[in-house]
Write a protein that binds this ligand. Structure first.
Ligand SMILES: [Zn+2]
Length: 327
């Protein structure tokens, strides 16, 4: 009987011996990116990453291997781990070197289309004059606003544009520009393409962020991975920079979403290989800013205040990513 009681006490003690995420982050000096949609968290320090979720009975280590662990617990807005899992995370980070810091040295903005290529367009009135709202101009306008903000924010980084006038450059040239920068292994760039959307469905409106998925079949993780973790695995790339495309896209999306809580729809993250940018030192994403085909979005794209706020939201999203990545 005594044994049973003792066993019960031990069991209940271990059930409730949870270590909160905050405590763990303090002790390991890690940072968190939390995907509330899929309940997936990434703890990072230098180039090391541990991905956990509230569903998967495993931890994903540096996107390379998994180890069995208790799923994280999410209760009343607080994330915590079992004692054992917390120990695994702590041991991993304390065994790693400290000297692997990374730096984003360049931010390259890529306003889509230009010159003879208008992108999406739409007849509109400006000062009672019939004219066209053209995507190429919307994209360039946003790139120039964003450039100004980023130059102020990051005087030590190179802020560049693939085009700064109404000129035509094809995809190949854009890629060539992006790949003309040289980096040391610990350095790299952010590449952000700016576009505006159009749809036959006139009701479609709002913003979305595209990121490049991995198009190479990999078999890094054996066994039955939970779907949650495999979603993260889908963003795998070769280098530490390219691996972070998903997180970069999410920071951007969250930042815009926070600026426009209700009246500007968040259409979420999309993944597709829209063209090949396989520079190992590059984090890239593409923003579809709004719909040129939508009656509600059109006036927004002609509104100075909206455009300024939008550029600020993009700059903040870039800033959030840099802060997360460089630490
Ligand atoms: Zn476009």
């Amino acid at each position: 009987m005594v044994k049973k009681v003792l066993l019960f006490l031990l069991l209940s003690a271990s059930l409730y011996a949870q270590v909160t995420l905050n405590t763990l982050m303090d002790e390991t000096g890690t940072r968190l990116i939390w995907d509330s949609e899929h309940k997936i968290g990434t703890l990072s320090k230098g180039e090391d990453r541990i991905v956990f979720s509230t569903d998967a009975p495993s931890l994903l280590i540096n996107y390379e291997r998994t180890i069995p662990a208790d799923p994280a617990l999410y209760e009343k807005g607080i994330l915590s781990f079992s004692d054992e899992t917390a120990r695994l995370i702590y041991d991993f980070f304390s065994s790693r070197r400290e000297d692997n810091s990374y730096e984003v040295t360049t931010i390259l903005l890529d306003p889509g289309h230009g010159g003879k290529d208008w992108g999406a367009y739409r007849p509109t009135l400006v000062d009672e004059q019939q004219t066209y709202l053209k995507e190429k101009n919307v994209n360039l306008d946003m790139a120039l606003r964003l450039e100004e903000l980023l130059k102020k924010k990051y005087p030590d980084k190179t802020i560049a544009l693939t085009r700064r006038t109404d000129e035509y450059i094809d995809l190949k040239e854009r890629v060539a520009i992006a790949e003309s920068y040289e980096f040391s292994p610990q350095e790299g760039m952010i590449f952000l393409s700016l576009h505006a959307n159009a749809s036959l469905n006139k009701k479609a409106r709002g913003f979305e962020i595209w990121y490049l998925p991995d198009n190479v079949e990999r078999d890094l993780v054996d066994g039955d991975e939970s779907q949650a973790v495999s979603q993260v695995l889908n963003t795998l790339w070769e280098g530490i920079f390219t691996r972070e495309c998903y997180n970069f896209a999410r920071f951007l999306l969250n930042s815009i979403d926070e600026s426009y809580p209700e009246d500007f729809p968040n259409r979420g993250l999309k993944r597709e290989l829209w063209y090949v940018l396989r520079n190992k030192n590059m984090v890239s994403a593409l923003a579809e800013l709004a719909f040129i085909s939508n009656e509600e979005d059109i006036p927004l794209l002609q509104d100075e205040e909206f455009l300024d706020d939008y550029a600020r939201a993009l700059a903040d999203g870039i800033g959030d990513f840099i802060e997360y990545f460089e630490k």
